[in-house]
Design a protein around this ligand. Structure first.
Ligand code: NAD
Length: 353
């Protein structure tokens, strides 16, 4: 019998090619008059264009966002926002830039208007992360959920095909784990399944023809749904493994997700048959884990942890750390089981469980 809880998160989404033109009116809608625009150094040009578009409604630009939000950068950005008298943050970029906006919103009343340019999904979640002394602390706080999100697929055309593919697999991972989350509910499961379908349909064309706006729209639509899934329900083994590997061995975020996903899925499969059939259906494949592996292979994302620079001698340490603190997974986590998952992922072989 059905029984569940679901807290819908309040955010406004404006989606569509060219919707960036609505930025000034969306800023006005938030009641803001002094927007601080945030970006990475690599996306300075795009950020400066936003400052120009906003004219007198722009307070300034901070272009020092980097992966995993180091506390020093968060402090600088917070100081900058304060010194400029900013009353809103506009982030343009991937999860790193959205993450910096969240670090500001965590300690101030500034609302966030997020303009995502990857498929990471952070813009739809109340999850923040800040790295201090080499450790990434994360938490949930409704204050960091962006109030408005502008999804303009035209902004994703510049995303290199390989970043698009790995970011897309990262996005699919959110949907996969939402389907067997301990907080799973029928609405989020519907959203997650549709997210996998849209990403699996859009990504192959994105990689083949990066400027195809139709494919970019489909993939970004899937990424939105995946962000909703990630924001709504808790994740499990796959995200835990990626977090461990990223944090300890400094492996690249999205690529690590792409490598681990088929193997974590194969491990969990026997305990989550309904989720697996929904994943397989969304992929149009007979088996969820094989479908994910074959999709990653067809997109050309790295298939092995070895290719990401992990050493075979690191596998035991990774397995030890991954089982140190208990967490939810439909199939209980054992040291031997995780070691085997890591071994398969290290070798990059097609899952055969
Ligand atoms: P990223 O934001 O670090 O971006 C990677 C690089 O690509 C950057 O140099 C960026 O400027 C560039 N880039 C982004 N969009 C581009 C585009 N359209 N064209 C050209 N270059 C572009 O990468 P990411 O994978 O989006 O984000 C990863 C980070 O986000 C990690 O720190 C992860 O932990 C975090 N994250 C957080 C959440 C959350 O809910 N809090 C969710 C997902 C990811």
């Amino acid at each position: 019998m059905l029984a569940f809880q679901y807290d819908m998160l309040p955010s406004r989404v404006v989606f569509g090619a060219g919707c960036l033109d609505k930025l000034p009116e969306e800023i006005e809608r938030l009641g803001a008059t002094r927007a601080l625009v945030l970006s990475t150094p690599e996306q300075h040009k795009e950020a400066q264009q936003l400052v120009d578009r906003l004219g007198t409604r722009a307070a300034g630009l901070f272009d020092q966002a980097v992966m995993h939000v180091p506390i020093e950068i968060a402090r600088q950005a917070r100081e900058h926002a304060k010194a400029l008298g900013a009353d809103c943050c506009v982030s343009i970029g991937g999860g790193s830039t959205t993450g910096l906006a969240k670090a500001i919103a965590l300690v101030s009343p500034l609302p966030i208007l997020a303009i995502p340019t990857t498929y990471a999904g952070s813009e739809m979640t109340p999850i923040w992360g800040i790295t201090e002394g080499g450790l990434k602390k994360t938490g949930r706080d409704p204050r960091v959920l962006p109030k408005t999100v502008l999804y303009d697929p035209a902004l994703t055309i510049s995303m290199p095909p390989m970043l698009s593919a790995s970011s897309g697999m990262n996005s699919i991972a959110h949907c996969v784990e939402a389907l067997y989350s301990k907080d799973a509910n029928p609405i989020v499961s519907m959203i997650a399944e549709e997210g996998i379908r849209a990403l699996a349909a859009g990504l192959p064309m994105v990689v083949k023809e990066p400027a195809n706006l139709e494919a970019r729209s489909e993939a970004l639509y899937g990424a939105w749904l995946s962000g909703v899934s990630l924001g709504a329900v808790g994740m499990a083994l796959h995200h835990k493994l990626c977090h461990t590997l990223g944090g300890i061995f400094n492996l690249p975020h999205a690529e690590t997700h792409a490598v681990i996903l088929p193997h974590a899925t194969a491990y969990t499969a026997p305990a989550a048959p309904e989720a697996m059939s929904r994943i397989a259906r969304a992929l149009g494949a007979p088996c969820a884990a094989h479908g994910l592996y074959d999709l990653a292979a067809s997109l050309g994302t790295p298939l092995s942890l070895a290719a990401l620079g992990l050493k075979a001698t690191d596998l035991d340490k990774a397995a030890d750390i991954a089982v140190q603190s208990p967490y939810y997974n439909p199939r209980p986590i054992t040291r031997d089981g995780i070691r085997a998952v890591l071994e398969d992922a290290f070798e990059g072989r097609r899952p055969n469980r």
